[in-house]
Design a protein around this ligand. Structure first.
Ligand code: FE
Length: 305
């Protein structure tokens, strides 16, 4: 595109070259791609095939985000065993369903059936045991799970659960793109998920073939990741596209742009900036707290109270 700054100029944020004009007259820096990572095929739960975009050895975490999995298959063998009862402590999980159904049941008495287009937010806090099982025996299943960390002061809060149907999710324009606002706010369009400690932004964005996504207003220092779920997207002034199944880390800046027919999960949040101790289903600040979580789980003290 004409008049757009080079990546180097954006990274250094210098002078007029860093201006992104677009008629707004304000100096704004584009977020450049700092790296792309292919999601890693793996299995979890009782044998669910999934692709791990964040949380693998290749890309351990991006504060405040700990994990991003995609599960997508038409083959029941890939998902039917689900995720039977397992514990969590110290963070929050967000499940986004695009196709198929998942059933959630937890030790706090919550039960929900997540249908296509829905989103579920679960705060594990001081401890929860839950199961996440397919609500279907065949057909397509497509969804995502994101883990969002909790700061030390909130790791032991009481578990919470929100499960929001497709009808609760509003759409917003991002330039030519359309975004389903799952959490956070775009302009005056709020997402339905409320009260999350690390108030993140979570958008399911579709960029049309000849259109351009443009998003302003996210704090420049927020961590931003974009996981491309369909098609391919060119972010900022990148020449190379990020293909479906890849995660792009976007560097600091005021404005996110993307071109190319694509769909993506756009995730943003303020870094917590605390030490992370992590093992299996527990994410705390110290190894001693992890050991305590295992001890509490073994002795039945993880949940309740
Ligand atoms: Fe879980």
């Amino acid at each position: 595109m004409n008049g757009r700054p080079s990546r180097r100029e954006v990274l250094h944020g210098i002078g007029a070259a860093a201006l992104v004009g677009l008629g707004c007259g304000k100096a704004r820096t584009l977020r450049a791609v700092h790296g792309t990572y292919g999601a890693v095929p793996t299995k979890d739960g009782a044998g669910v095939s999934l692709r791990r975009a964040l949380g693998s050895q290749a890309l351990r975490q991006l504060d405040p985000f700990l994990l991003l999995d995609e599960f997508k298959s038409d083959d029941p063998d890939a998902y039917i065993k689900g995720f039977p009862d397992h514990p969590h402590r110290g963070f929050e999980t967000v499940t986004v369903m695009l196709r198929g159904q998942m059933q959630h049941r937890d030790s706090a008495g919550n039960h929900g059936i997540l249908g296509p287009g829905s989103v579920q937010w679960m705060t594990a806090g001081r401890g929860i045991v839950h199961s996440e099982m397919p609500g279907q025996r065949d057909g397509a299943m497509w969804g995502f799970q994101l883990w969002v960390n909790l700061p030390a002061r909130s790791k032991m809060i009481r578990p919470r659960y929100q499960d929001l149907g497709q009808e609760r999710i509003l759409e917003a324009d991002l330039g030519d793109a359309r975004a389903r606002v799952l959490a956070g706010r775009v302009g005056n369009v709020p997402g339905p998920v409320e009260g999350v400690v690390v108030a993140p932004t979570l958008l399911d964005v579709t960029v049309p073939e000849k259109g351009r996504l443009r998003l302003d207003g996210l704090p420049p220092t927020h961590t931003v990741i974009a996981y491309v779920t369909e098609g391919a997207a060119r972010f900022g002034d990148e020449i190379n596209a990020t293909d479906a199944g890849h995660l792009a880390i976007l560097g600091p800046g005021d404005t996110i742009t993307a071109e190319g027919a694509s769909r993506m999960l756009l995730v943003a949040g303020a870094p917590i900036g605390e030490p992370i101790a992590r093992r299996g289903p527990f994410v705390m600040n110290t190894d001693a707290e992890i050991a305590q979580a295992y001890e509490d789980y073994r002795s039945g003290r993880l949940v309740g109270g």
